[in-house]
Ligand binder design. Structure first.
Ligand code: ZN
Length: 174
């Protein structure tokens, strides 16, 4: 099996990839910025096998990117939230979203500075305010006319404008 470490690489990029370079990991981090917190919601939105999701969430908790705590609404369950180190990945996620939209396929989402409503530029900055807002000050919405391919509960909830890091409102499965 291919390992996840790059022992021979004396570089902080290699250290970062050991944490976020595995398949699915960065999409889990993206969903955490979108406000996904529950295992069942990650699973519904990502269609990732449960064993893989469990492994990736556990790894992100071990590496200090996510924090696992009791679900306040559902006894015996847990929620996963980004730590301060995890929230520092916002520029990475945004840069990759922007790169993908530029070089792979157009993005159906727009990210705006919550304080003024201005769409963020390619670097994640608000040109009107001259600041680069943290994820907590960013509102995501669907681009007008964008087609939404998924209809899972998370995708449906995220059709409405949504402030990043605020818990996404899905109905818990019975
Ligand atoms: Zn602004």
């Amino acid at each position: 099996m291919l390992g996840k470490d790059y022992e021979g690489q004396d570089c902080s990029l290699a250290r970062a990839l050991e944490t976020i370079g595995e398949r699915w990991t960065l999409l889990i981090v993206r969903d955490a910025f979108y406000g996904v917190r529950r295992f069942s919601d990650f699973q519904a939105h990502l269609d990732v096998p449960k064993a893989v999701l469990s492994d990736r969430l556990g790894g992100l908790v071990d590496d200090g990117v996510l924090e696992r705590r009791p679900d306040p609404d559902r006894g015996g369950r847990h929620v996963y939230e980004l730590t301060a180190a995890g929230r520092d990945l916002w520029p990475v996620v945004y840069a990759m979203l922007t790169w993908g939209a530029r070089h792979r396929s157009p993005s159906g989402r727009v990210f705006r500075h919550a304080a003024c409503g201005t769409a963020l530029d390619a670097r994640g900055a608000c040109g009107a305010c001259g600041t680069t807002p943290p994820a907590a000050d960013v509102v995501m919405s669907l681009r007008r006319g964008a087609r939404t391919l998924r209809d899972d509960p998370v995708a449906v909830a995220l059709r409405a404008p949504h402030r990043l890091l605020e818990p996404v409102a899905t109905r818990p499965p019975a």
